[in-house]
Structures are given as structure tokens and as C-alpha cells.
Design a protein around this ligand. Structure first.
Ligand code: BGP
Length: 484
């Protein structure tokens, strides 16, 4: 029988999500300097015709209109990130007052509309100056520089921001490192560096957790993980074991750091055996263990699938089922770790145009699994459907596919809550259309349509999609009446 939701608990935070470089634009305005995403996206424009990060949705100039639209939807919270290179343009040293002012104005505006800010300190956009100076996250120096940046931001906003998230999707940064970090050509085959970067991020994450605990009385802090539950391709024991291996290396390896302060034994054994393990210095694990998380943000789009992989294959870490065109089936090969696991397509699930599996039950499954293992409050910080939306002549945008996707995921989340999982918030991706990390602006996620193309930013005029009114009604009913 179909499952239908009853109302969510009072105080549940209905929200939506964005990140700085994907939505703000104004990449070089009012003192901001380049981040690595400005450079990566310039290259994407040249190589693939995707929009640059220069204008994106021009939220920097439209933020009051955007907050008013969020309030009209009834949002109780808004999860966004701060651009390090807007507030400290060179990564270290001089603070840019105009950059800080933008975030003061945004947070004041949110609070004036009764919207609770959830701030992410870092969402892929390291100041370019730090890449030039020492290679960015590859160097351990970045940890000290991140600490100074995090201390500035947390101190500046501690009276207004209760919920803090640290680094967005370390798991995805390791998997798609050239998209999420600027990695010079000569390092791209050195897969150990992926795990070294992640180790530096673990240190930075722990420092940020400690800073929130020190500076924000009553504050809550945690990471945001990009998480896909991994199903075995078949019920053969070898495939089930492969799925467990994939879980340990792609998910557990991050969760265990956040909640247990240690690396997952099996994943670390695999990495050590293959020369991929990070170099850990004395005191690192003590620091990581001291920076405990109060909660976890989860970004969920799709489940994944794995099968057994013979010992004698070739390791493949460059791509994992990536689709850069939006033509179904136009995908790269899959991540392969000989003797451990090989990722593959799940033949039982439908996908969106970019071959991302659509799997609401996967959300219930992962929430219950994480709750059972770690028992800390969770928030969905991203969940959404990328699609080619169409602006009609009368200004309407009909996106029933998104309404269907989100409704079923919300229902799946509620069923996890009925089974005891403590959820703080649901922040689908994205509040408004923005620049995709992998597919330009034509892959849209928002409740609010932003009128622009990859080639032409036009005026970035805003239009309410059908999902806008739908989400407003969901929030007004406090989530009741949705079906899985
Ligand atoms: C997550 C990121 C977001 C976002 C989303 C959708 O991994 O945190 O920044 O963009 O995925 O991915 P994409 O933009 O590649 O479609």
C-alpha cells in the first residue's frame, strides 16, 4: 500500500539550498578576487560551452528579490555558502569590508523575513591566490589559512547563525577532484593526492567544529557529505561484499572521521596496500578526534550500484558514470578498484537526463542507516532533480517531474522519521536556478527559474516554476499528504 505522510514535527526547518560561486556572480566586483571555480569554469566555457562563474544567477545583485521569493514560498531556512575570496580576496591577510557587508546584508535580510540561515564555510571555491601560492588543498599550509578564514566568519556572524556546516562534500571532492579543485596537469595521475587533500580537509573540518563550539554558544556544527547508498548489482555474495567495500571507501571513510574521529579500517587497509593512503602527521588524529560533529548535512541525489571486480583489472578513478551532455546513456566508464569493487549502472532504476538514478527509497535507506550507526541529528542539505526546464511565453514553467521527484523524496524522509530518525531540516537543491558544477546553466534545479543561457546572461529575470507554488503548499501543510 502506498505510504502517505502525516504532518512533520513543529519547528521542522523547510528550506532550500545554494552555494556562493554557483549563484552569486559578481565574481570580480567590490573587491572579490578569483576563486579556483572562476578559473575552472572559464576552462569549462572554453572546452564545453558551459557558462562561466562570472554572472551565474546574479544573486549578488538580486538577493533581496530572492529572499522575498523564498519568504513567499514559506521557507523557514536557507542554506548557502560564503565565498572565501569575497571576504579575504587573497586567501590570507586583508579582509574585504564590502565582501563581509554582502553577507551581513544577506543574513539580516533572511532574519528580517523569519528565515534561519544555515551557513556552509566552504563549497569548492578556494581563493585562486592560494592555488597560485602553494597549490591550494594539496599543501598543508591551507589548513592554517582556512582556520584564520573560519575564525573570521564564525566570529563575525556568531550572534545570528546557529547552524554551521564546514566543508561541502569531501567525498565528492575525492571522486571528482579536477572539477571541484584546480589540479595542475602534472598531478592528475597521482591518486594519492586525492586522499591527501581530503586529509587536509579533515583537519580543517575539525578546526571549524572546535571554533563553533568555542565561539557560538548553543551552536551546532557538522559537515555536509555527498552520499549515495551503494546497492549490490546482484545478491551474489561477491557483489554484496563489493558493495560493502564501495560503501566503506566512498561513504564510511568520511562518516567515521566526522563521528568517530578515525579512518575506516577496511578503506584505510585498501588505500595503504595500494600506496594511496594520506600522510598523517603526529597529532593529526588527536585533532580530528577533538572536532566532534553535532549533526550531519546530507546531499542526496541518487543511489549507486557496485559489483565484484577481479584482482587483475586496471584501477580507474577518473570518471564514474559521468554524463556531460544531458543525452541519456552518453556516459563515461565507471570507477574500478581491482579486487575491491567496480561501480556500475543499476538496471532497475529510472534516471534523469544525465543518467542519475531516481531513487526516493534510497533516501529513507541512507537516513536510517546513518542514524543507526551514529545517532546524531541529520539535515538534508541538498536533494533535487536536474532537468531541461522550459520558460513558456506567458512566464510559466511546468516542471511536474520535479514535483514528483521532490514529493516522493520528502515522503521517504518522513518514513525514516516515523522509524525514529531525527531530522532537523530539508533543503532541496536549489532555491533558484544556478550554475551546475558539471553541466552549465541548462541543467536546472531551482523552484525559481532564472532567465539566462550558457552564452548569454541576459538580465537573469526570475520566474516562479510550478514547483514553487507546490513547495509553498507543502510547507503550508507542514509536509502532510505526500505519497511515496
Ligand atoms: C552537489 C554539489 C552542488 C550541486 C549538486 C548538483 O554535488 O554540492 O554544488 O551542484 O551536486 O550537481 P551538478 O551541479 O553537477 O548537477
Amino acid at each position: 500500500m502506498a505510504y502517505t505522510t502525516t504532518a512533520f514535527p513543529d519547528g521542522f526547518l523547510w528550506g532550500a539550498s545554494t552555494s556562493a560561486y554557483q549563484v552569486e556572480g559578481a565574481a570580480y566586483e567590490d573587491g572579490k578576487k578569483a576563486s579556483q571555480q572562476d578559473i575552472i569554469n572559464q576552462n569549462n566555457y572554453r572546452e564545453r560551452g558551459f557558462a562561466t562563474a562570472e554572472v551565474t544567477s546574479d544573486h549578488y545583485h538580486h538577493f533581496r528579490e530572492d529572499v522575498a521569493l523564498m519568504a513567499e514560498m514559506g521557507l523557514k531556512t536557507y542554506r548557502f555558502s560564503i565565498a572565501w575570496s569575497r571576504v579575504i580576496p587573497d586567501g590570507t591577510g586583508a579582509v574585504n569590508p564590502a565582501g563581509l557587508k554582502f553577507y551581513h546584508d544577506l543574513i539580516d535580510e533572511l532574519i528580517a523575513h523569519g528565515i534561519e540561515p544555515i551557513v556552509t564555510l566552504y563549497h569548492y571555491d578556494l581563493p585562486w591566490a592560494l592555488v597560485e601560492r602553494y597549490g591550494g588543498w594539496i599543501s598543508r599550509q591551507v589548513v592554517d589559512d582556512f582556520e584564520a578564514y573560519a575564525r573570521l566568519i564564525i566570529t563575525e556572524f556568531r550572534d545570528q547563525v546557529k547552524y554551521w556546516t564546514t566543508i561541502n562534500e569531501q567525498s565528492i571532492i575525492v571522486q571528482y577532484w579536477t572539477q571541484k579543485c584546480y589540479i595542475p596537469e602534472e598531478h592528475r595521475d597521482n591518486n594519492q593526492l586525492r586522499y591527501q587533500i581530503n586529509h587536509h580537509m579533515n583537519l580543517a573540518h575539525a578546526i571549524a567544529c572546535n571554533l563553533v563550539h568555542e565561539l557560538v554558544p548553543g551552536g551546532m556544527v557538522g559537515s555536509v557529505i555527498g552520499y549515495s547508498p551503494i546497492y549490490p548489482l546482484t545478491s551474489r555474495a561477491e557483489d554484496v561484499m563489493a558493495a560493502q567495500n564501495a560503501h566503506d571507501l566512498r561513504n564510511g571513510y568520511y562518516l567515521d572521521i566526522y563521528f568517530k574521529g578515525k579512518y575506516t579500517d577496511s578503506a584505510m587497509a585498501y588505500l595503504e596496500r595500494h600506496g594511496l593512503a594520506p600522510k598523517i602527521e603526529p597529532g593529526d588524529m588527536e585533532l580530528i578526534a577533538s572536532g566532534t560533529s553535532d549533526m550531519l548535512g546530507i546531499n542526496y541525489y541518487a543511489s549507486e550500484c557496485a559489483k565484484a571486480c577481479p584482482d587483475d583489472g586496471t584501477r580507474e578513478m577518473r570518471w564514474n558514470g559521468v554524463n556531460l551532455t544531458g543525452k541519456k546513456g552518453d556516459i563515461s566508464g565507471f570507477e574500478t578498484h581491482p579486487g575491491f569493487y567496480e561501480m556500475c549502472k543499476n538496471p532497475l532504476l529510472d534516471t534523469n537526463d544525465w543518467d542519475w538514478a531516481i531513487d526516493p527509497i534510497g533516501l529513507e535507506y541512507l537516513l536510517r542507516d546513518i542514524w543507526m550507526r551514529y545517532g546524531k541529528p541529520l539535515m538534508v542539505c541538498e536533494n533535487g532533480l536536474g532537468a531541461f526546464d522550459m520558460l513558456e511565453a506567458d512566464g510559466s514553467v511546468h516542471d511536474p517531474y520535479r514535483i514528483d521527484y521532490l514529493g516522493r523524496h520528502i515522503a521517504a524522509m518522513k518514513r525514516a522519521m516515523d522509524y525514529g530518525v531525527q531530522m532537523l531540516a530539508y533543503c532541496p537543491w536549489s532555491a533558484l536556478d544556478l550554475l551546475s558544477t558539471s553541466n552549465g546553466v541548462k541543467k536546472r534545479y531551482g523552484f525559481i527559474y532564472v532567465d539566462r543561457t550558457d552564452d548569454d546572461p541576459r538580465e537573469c529575470r526570475r520566474y516562479r516554476k510550478d514547483s514553487f507554488a507546490w513547495y509553498r503548499d507543502v510547507i503550508a501543510r507542514n509536509g502532510a499528504g505526500l505519497t511515496l
